[in-house]
Write a protein that binds this ligand. Structure first.
Ligand code: CP
Ligand code: NVA
Length: 298
């Protein structure tokens, strides 16, 4: 049966293996196992990291990637996802999809006969979280037992994939978010079923206590633009700044999937400060995705 990477749940048995592949590949140890293979990359939303890192990953592995903006293909004019999946499967060996809706993501995977990789949708961002966990392992030497504290929008793709990813990796996760932006119950339940220790609370003077890793993400995800004004008001007070960093462990690292909006979810001082690993994190998208391809095709 073909494998897909739609949710972090798809890698629950193999997460550690994929992270270790990525760390090895970063040292230059990989074969060109995608030689003669093509990836279609469908984008319904903007992207810098996901697009470039997948394209470079395919090149490094001997394969080829085709960038398809939704507006340029018939999907944007009403061709169904089912037909798109069936047609692309006749030409390419793997499909990467950045979608507005998780339902459409699942629909594409259902009808494609080749592996489908979720390059972000409204519920999950698994490629990012695999790269994040790789980065944490690189910096801290381990994952089990660490505490990750996430500030800001608790009801977005990053928060959900981190909930699952931390649970699978044996890490504790605290989400610090206003009541209105509690994560979807489904992801909290799944994380707890996987043995994850999850805390969810509003901002306080010691919200970052015991943190080994501090994470945030934009307050206004792609697709949430209509709520921008309201969100900026509600999230006021949740900016990751020096004060929050001093509540964490002294050797805590700061992470952000990027793009960042300085002065909102994080200050530029923290994001470009000595504890920040955001650019290693961005680089690791490349190695983690090469590892995901290895896992999909092994
Ligand atoms: N972090 C991330 O997915 O970035 P892009 O939107 O630039 O791909
Ligand atoms: N939560 C953000 C992540 C961007 C990579 C968004 O969906 O826009």
């Amino acid at each position: 049966m073909k494998k897909d990477l739609i949710s972090m749940l798809d890698v629950k048995e193999d997460l550690e293996k994929i992270i270790d592949y990525a760390i090895e590949m970063k040292k230059g140890n990989y074969e060109k196992f995608m030689e003669g293979k093509t990836m279609a990359m469908i984008f319904e939303k903007s992207s810098t990291r996901t697009r470039v890192s997948f394209e470079v990953a395919m090149e490094k592995l001997g394969g080829h990637a085709i960038f398809l903006s939704k507006n340029d293909i018939q999907l944007g004019r009403g061709e169904t996802i089912e037909d798109t999946a069936k047609v692309l499967s006749r030409y390419v060996d793997v499909i990467m999809y950045r979608a507005f809706s998780h339902e459409n993501m699942k629909e594409l995977a259902k009808h494609a006969s080749v592996p489908v990789i979720n390059g972000l949708d409204d519920e999950e961002h698994p490629c990012q979280v695999i790269a994040d966990l790789m980065t944490i392992k690189e910096k801290k030497g381990r994952l089990v037992g660490l505490t990750l504290v996430y500030f800001g929008d608790g009801d977005n793709n990053m928060a959900h994939s981190l909930l699952l990813g931390c649970a699978i990796a044996g890490m504790k996760m605290r989400i610090v978010t206003p009541k209105k932006f509690w994560p979807k119950e489904y992801y909290v339940e799944k994380a707890r079923e996987l043995g994850g220790e999850v805390e969810i609370e509003e901002i306080s003077e010691n919200a970052a206590r015991n943190a080994d890793v501090i994470v945030t993400d934009t307050w206004v995800s792609m697709g949430d633009e209509a709520e921008k004004e309201e969100r900026l008001k509600i999230f006021k007070g949740y900016t990751v700044d020096e004060k929050i960093m001093t509540q964490a462990k002294p050797d805590a690292i700061f992470m952000h999937c990027l793009p960042a909006y300085y002065g909102y979810e994080v200050t530029k001082e923290v994001a470009h400060g000595s504890q920040s690993v955001i650019f290693d994190e961005a680089e690791n998208r490349l190695w983690a995705q090469m590892a995901v391809l290895k896992w999909l095709f092994e």
